[in-house]
Structures are given as C-alpha cells and as structure tokens.
Design a protein around this ligand. Sequence first.
Ligand code: F6P
Length: 518
Amino acid sequence: MTTFLPSEGGAALVVVANRLPVDRVPDSEPAADAAATAPEGAERSSTASGQPAAPPRAAQWRRSPGGLVTALEPVMQSEHGAWVGWAGQPDLELEPFDFDGIRLIPVTLSAEDVELYYEGFSNDTIWPLYHDVISPPRFSRPWWEAYVTVNRRFAEAAAGAVAWGGTVWVQDYQLQLVPELLRELRPDVTIGYFHHIPFPPYGLYSQLPWRRQVLAGLLGADVIGFQRVADANNFTMAVRRQLKLETKGNDISVPSSDGGTRFAHVHPFPIAIDTTSYSELVRRPEIIARAKEIREGLGNPRRIVLGVDRLDYTKGIRHRIKAYGELLAEGRIDVSETILVQVASPSRERVAAYMQLRDEIEMSVGRINGTFDSTGHSAIRYLHHSYPREEMAALYLAADVMLVTALRDGMNLVAKEYVAARADNRGVLVLSEFAGASDELTSALLINPHDIEGLKDTIVEALDMPPAEQARRMRAMRRRVFKNDINAWSSSFLDALTRSRERREAQAQRAALSVVDA
Ligand code: F6P
C-alpha cells in the first residue's frame, strides 16, 4: 500500500467535486467581465510533438453559480481550504491557483476520459440507474475502467492537498470510489461524502455489475450523507444485502485495514440554498423592474406559468408540456390570458438520451405553439439557454405559478429558489412528490407527474388560487427554506465529521490503553 505524504502547508479542509467552483471566461468576452484573473492558473501548453507552444496565458475565471461554494467560502478561507475538481474542458492542463482565497487544484480529464468517465459511466450508467431507470442505463466495461482510473486521479490529488489529520469532503456520484481510494492513501484524514442525487431501491441498484465495488468505495467515508431518509435507507439495505455488514441505527461496522472495525455514519442532510442572497436580490429595484419588463415582453398576460430545469429526462418536462397542451386543447387555459415560460438549460448534450429528449420537447412545443398561438400571443415561450442568477430572480418574481414536475430528483433547488425569491408571499408552487424538496415543502401543491389528469387539475387550481391562500402556503414554505439554509446544511455536515473524528480518536485511545493493560 502506498501512503501519501501531505504536501507542506496542506489544507485543513479539502473539497473534492467533479467540477471546480469556477468557469473559464471565454476568450471572446472582455476581461472586465471576469470576477478575477488567476495569474498562477497558467496553462501548461505544448504542441503534439511535445514542443512548447505559445507562452502560457493567464486564464480568467469567474465563480460558477451554486450554493456549495458560497456556503463553504468562509470556512474554506479561514482553514486555508482547497478545492479539487475538473475545469470543465478536455485536455486542459492547469497549475493549481488561488481564487477568492481558496486554493483550486485542477484535475485534467482527456477527451477520452470525458467520453468514458463523465458522459459514459457517470451520466449514462449511474445517472439513469439512480433515477429510477427513466432512461435505460448502459453497462460498459471500458466506461467502468475509466471511472476507476479517474476516481483514483481525484483521490491522489486530494491526498496530496490535505494537511496531516485534515478533512476531505467528497461530493457526488461521479466520485463514489474516492473515499475508499483516499483512505488507502491517507488513513490519517477524516473523510465525508455527500450524495446529491437519489440512491435507488435495492431492486434497481442490484442491476449494477460493479455494485459491491461502489458500496465499498463509499464506505471509505466516515460520514455518508444523502438527501432523503429513503436514500439513506436504500444505501444501508444495499450494504446489508451485498456486503453482509452489520448495521446499527445509522452506523455501519466496516472492517479496517489494521484488522479492527471502524464506523461509517449514514445520515440524511437535505441540501439547501443560499436564501439570504436570493431575498436580497429580489428586493433590488432593478430586479423588480426587470420582472415587470419580462411580463410586458410576454404581452402582459394575466398569468405566467414557469418551468426552469436543466434539459434532463428526469425533470418531467415532457409530462408538463403534455398536460399544458391538453389544457389549451380543452379550453381550460386561454392563450390570450396565460403563458407557459419554459427555461431548459443545455446539459450533457453529447449523451444520446439528452439529444433525443431535446428533439421530442422541441417538436411538442412547436406543435402546441403552431396550433394555439395567435398573432399577439404565444402558448409556450421555450428558452434553451442558461441565465445568470439576476435574470432567474426576476423570472421567479414574475411567475404566478412555478411547475416542478420531476419524475425523480435528489432535491430540486429550483423549488427552494422560487420560495426564497417570493418575499411578497405570492405565487404558487406545484411540486412533484418525487423531488426531495417535497419532504420539506409540504405546503406546495404536491403532484404525481405521471398522473396527467391530476397534474392538469392542479395547474388549474394553482392558477385560480386566491391570494390569501397563496400567502398562507408561501409563508409556511419560506419558514422551512430560511431555517435550513445552505450555511445550516454545511455546518451540520461538518459537525457530523467532527463528531466522527472525535469518536475515532476515542476508539484509538481505548485500543492503545487496552494494549498497555494487557
Ligand atoms: O444534480 C447533480 C449534478 O451533478 C449537480 O451537482 C450539477 O449542478 C448538475 O448535476 C449538472 O451536472 P453536470 O456537471 O453534468 O453539468
């Protein structure tokens, strides 16, 4: 077994995620748009012949949207934290660099790694398998081999970055093997893993040809966090059935390399959003003005219905559009009064199931608009774009009804963002019971997206809901979303890691004392 020595001045806290928390500013955009430049983030560029190419350029980066980095920023800055991840482009070799007080450690993925590890095993095997096989998962041995190789690369980068006795927090399904690989390299560190997507029931999970290896990979962590109680239970059940390990309450006894036993603590930690920044955003006069402008731009409809999703087959966009089309056909929605705005941000565009989904959705939208549009009004405004947070906040403010119709979703942060944005206590959230958010947002109008008649009735109910009832429901949901914000979420996970370290140290002390006694 190789043991890694920590680099001098290693970080007390290291986050490992598939992506770095920054996006590269395209060369076409002026430098002024970049949040910062990273002088040390220079590319190690070379030609195919190995000769140095153009002199290294200072890359420009801006922080990518997402609550995780916001939540971790203060603790990462005070603990000299580091973040290990991929910069989002194939074959990009970068030196580590500092950004907003955090050390960023880029992991290089070749074009082949992107195809086999990211598009293949992560997003065409694990993603569909863990989302109720809505699309059939593909099991490919070369994809699995690439997943193992790339997970090892991430584990080695983390092992080289963390200080002696430090903490490493691994994020999500692309990196399920990292906890075990890292523990082999650095038995001194405390390891956490958080799973952002669902963990499937045993009957589905057991289809995975590498089911035992993936469970063993995850069990390398001291704390394994899931979104919902059901996900944590599914994982524990898979461990019992496949690995025959003993479980007691939330703890799993795992044999350790020294012949003893260690504990892996399994717990739900429903992820949250940066609520404060949303409520601050929607109070800005320019965002309120932009919401008005959006409404005017849509022809001042009486009602705006909104859907915001990555273009993904798990989101139930097809079901939503089908229900909406039928409501128009039955005359229960009038195109001159109501419009559906569907933001579908581009995602995983080289994976076949995503290409097919895009074709299907765009064909349905075209048909519905062709049938129901008038010269002055559109039935559906379909936007295949990503937007900055400011524009999203204005859209949320403009929307009378928000549709979240996921067929399966780990959490669905859009639902929480809509609630956080509605400081005016108006608007109605229609929420799938198959999204993790439905455990907390019980005052939403909960739906089963497979039940198209039920979905249609609920959309009509939402459109007709009196303001007093909207306010009652919105207030209850806002209490939940503000109480469990992203800071509360990350603190509860990090506290669980601290308790786990203390428990491990106490166990080691007892073992040392018993040797002395003997
Ligand atoms: O929901 C899981 C997740 O990995 C998120 O963490 C991420 O925002 C999203 O999917 C987008 O994924 P990708 O990195 O494949 O674009």
